[in-house]
Design a protein around this ligand. Structure first.
Ligand code: GLU
Length: 312
């Protein structure tokens, strides 16, 4: 069967500088799209006014260019506001949008734990109505009523994503109290507006996929193909945590050339047997997902050395 090449996207939040995990995710997304002749978009997710900053967006773009990956289009999520509002209009029309007055403390005190370590929203405010003159006039967070449905699904890598999002997480906030559009809604709407057919992202986001698919279904939007990949981890005490803010990209870039980092990421992904400097374009020549490890990999950063712990 001749599958259309499709559209992929890499969608980092602009809440901080890139770290090796960001660069790995970008590289895998780029390899996925380029190896099938798909278009690939960079979508800068910049909606959280408390945490996102234009200088992080600029530095992420610069780090990605340094790494050697390119994009057919760059989209700022904050430019998509009218699409987000149209989706909220649609939910309001369908009667599934409602204002929530529960505080974080209410949730902490009364709610069960959700699979991401947060709290499941128990639906306390379901049935409360929006202001007479529409959701825009509400100064409360708005949630979306999710149907109670068990989704049975696996991603393209075979990862089991089956979940009843309503039972696991409860109704998601779709517009925050400060007016910002929340992650799930924005991501779903933007993927559909850009005709995204392939979502390749880290396994830390796997538990969000069922909620996003339910939102697509409620909005009558298509569901892209999902694939979740391994993560880069670091040892913290005797626990493993996602490698994150620990690595300053300015120091990293001063310590390593882009080909050296790409070589290390390619070795971590098991796309190369040894840590040999290379480029995204070279790895593309023989890239297939079958060759990419499913296992999380441990890195340590002791400036100026980034080291892969190759015992897995
Ligand atoms: N912006 C999200 C993040 O950086 C990812 C969004 C997505 O890939 O769906 O964690």
């Amino acid at each position: 069967m001749n599958e259309a090449p499709g559209v992929g996207r890499f969608a980092p939040s602009t809440t901080g500088h890139a770290h090796p995990g960001t660069l790995l995710a970008a590289l895998l997304c780029w390899l996925d799209a380029r190896s099938r002749g798909a278009r690939i978009l960079l979508r800068l997710e910049d909606l959280d006014p408390d945490r996102c900053r234009p200088e992080f967006a600029a530095s992420i773009r610069d780090d990605l260019e340094w790494l050697g990956v390119d994009w057919d289009e760059v989209i700022l999520q904050s430019d998509q506001r009218s699409d987000h509002e149209a989706a909220l209009d649609q939910l309001a029309e369908a009667g599934t949008l409602y204002p929530c007055r529960c505080s974080r403390k209410d949730l902490r005190d009364h709610a069960e734990r959700a699979p991401d370590g947060g709290h499941r929203y128990p639906g306390t405010c379901r049935g409360r109505s929006l202001p007479e003159d529409g959701w825009r006039k509400s100064s409360e967070p708005l949630r979306m009523w999710l149907p109670d449905i068990e989704l049975s699904l696996r991603d393209e890598s075979g990862l089991d994503l089956s979940q009843n999002p309503s039972a696991a997480f409860g109704d998601p906030v779709v517009r925050r109290r400060d007016g910002a559009i929340a992650y799930h809604l924005a991501t779903v709407v933007d993927d559909a507006s850009a005709s995204v057919t392939r979502v390749v992202r880290g396994r830390d986001l796997a538990t969000t996929t069922a909620t996003q698919i339910l939102i697509q279904q409620q909005l009558g939007l298509p569901t892209p193909n999902y694939r979740h990949h391994f993560l880069l981890m670091e040892q913290r005490g005797n626990k493993l945590a996602k490698l994150h803010g620990a690595v300053d990209t300015t120091l990293l870039r001063a310590a390593m050339s882009a080909p050296s980092l790409v070589g290390l990421l390619a070795q971590a992904a098991t796309l190369r047997p040894t840590n040999t400097p290379t480029t995204p374009t070279e790895i593309l020549q023989d890239f297939t997902w079958q060759r990419v490890t499913p296992n999380d990999q441990i890195l340590t950063w002791t400036p100026p050395h980034l080291t892969l712990h190759r015992d897995r």
